[in-house]
Write a protein that binds this ligand. Structure first.
Ligand code: ADP
Ligand code: MG
Length: 283
């Protein structure tokens, strides 16, 4: 079995007094070990509700979620599920607890009751993995948003999870900070084999993922490789998502009669696509 997470016909309902709100509707999704998945969707589509179910913070109202074969409903395995699936949230300031970077990263492993020498080793390794080792003696509040978020990620990976679920970790960052986070996640995925599930509403962050899952109104409306997903510009726009600028440009050229394909995302590929369309027009 190479699925790390199996979401099986899961429904999640929020109940306030008399009203019941169904935030996730009979959703099924398998996440392969070692994969990098981006979950896209506009506000209110159920992304955070799903994310919190992946490490057992929320329990499905209906259906089951298996993490590395363990059902998240099983109270006895709650800690194990949390340890296997680490969560990173939007606001790094809410996730940093200590006044020195390395103490912050050590917090999780300390709570696991590990030997001091093991903690030291894990903290150093985690800080190097997010390229923040040189800041180990710094004060987190002096750092940029992107750097703080990388410290928060280090704190989670120091607990050696199998999977990282990040719920809009770049929403409060500037473009530079966003790029730092995405490249850090790609590195963790490639070099450490950590399974990554990145929730975002910035489509350009999906470019390097293995797979993109688009949610709308509690359901998955498309699921595939990034280039396949972005081909469908009309559908993405219909659910309130902005397509990457390159896709938008190609889409507009296509609408205006140029024979370009919209299923490329990087600037280089887009430039090649346009060049070859112009070249064939000249013939
Ligand atoms: P997203 O993360 O995609 O923005 P959420 O999972 O936060 O979506 O929300 C999905 C739906 O559930 C929304 O309609 C939202 O209003 C509703 N919802 C979220 N949290 C609660 C809550 N604690 N109580 C009631 N409804 C909620
Ligand atoms: Mg959310």
């Amino acid at each position: 079995m190479d699925n790390l997470i199996e979401v099986k016909n899961v429904t999640y309902e929020y109940t306030d007094e008399e009203t019941v709100h169904t935030a996730v509707k009979n959703l099924s999704l398998n996440i392969k070990k070692g994969s990098f998945t981006v979950i896209l969707g506009h506000n209110g589509s159920g992304k955070s509700t799903l994310a919190k179910m992946l490490n057992g913070l929320n329990k499905p109202t209906l259906g089951d979620i298996l993490v590395d074969g363990i059902n998240t409903k099983d109270e006895a395995n709650e800690l194990e599920v949390r340890r296997k699936v680490g969560m990173v949230f939007q606001n790094p300031d809410n996730q940093l607890v200590a006044s020195i970077v390395e103490e912050d990263v050590a917090f999780g492993p300390e709570n696991l009751g590990l030997e001091p020498s093991v903690i030291r080793q894990r903290v150093d390794e985690a800080l190097k993995a997010v390229d923040m080792y040189e800041f180990r003696k710094s004060t987190p509040h002096r750092l940029s948003g992107g750097q703080k978020q990388r410290i928060a990620i280090a704190g989670i990976i120091a607990m050696q999870p199998l999977c990282l679920v990040l719920d809009e970790p770049t929403a409060m960052l500037d473009p530079k900070g966003r790029a730092e986070i995405v490249s850090t996640l790609i590195k963790l995925n490639h070099e450490k084999g950590i399974t990554v599930i990145l929730i975002t509403h910035y489509m350009e962050e999906a470019e390097k993922a293995d797979r993109v899952v688009v949610m709308n109104d509690g359901e998955i409306i498309s699921d595939g490789a990034p280039s396949e997903i972005f081909k469908n510009v009309e559908q993405l726009k219909a659910v309130g998502l902005d397509v990457p600028q390159t896709t938008e440009l190609l889409y507009n050229l296509q609408k205006n009669g140029f024979s370009v394909s919209t299923n490329v995302i990087s600037i280089k590929e887009a430039a090649c696509e346009i060049a070859s369309a112009l070249h064939s027009e000249e013939k």
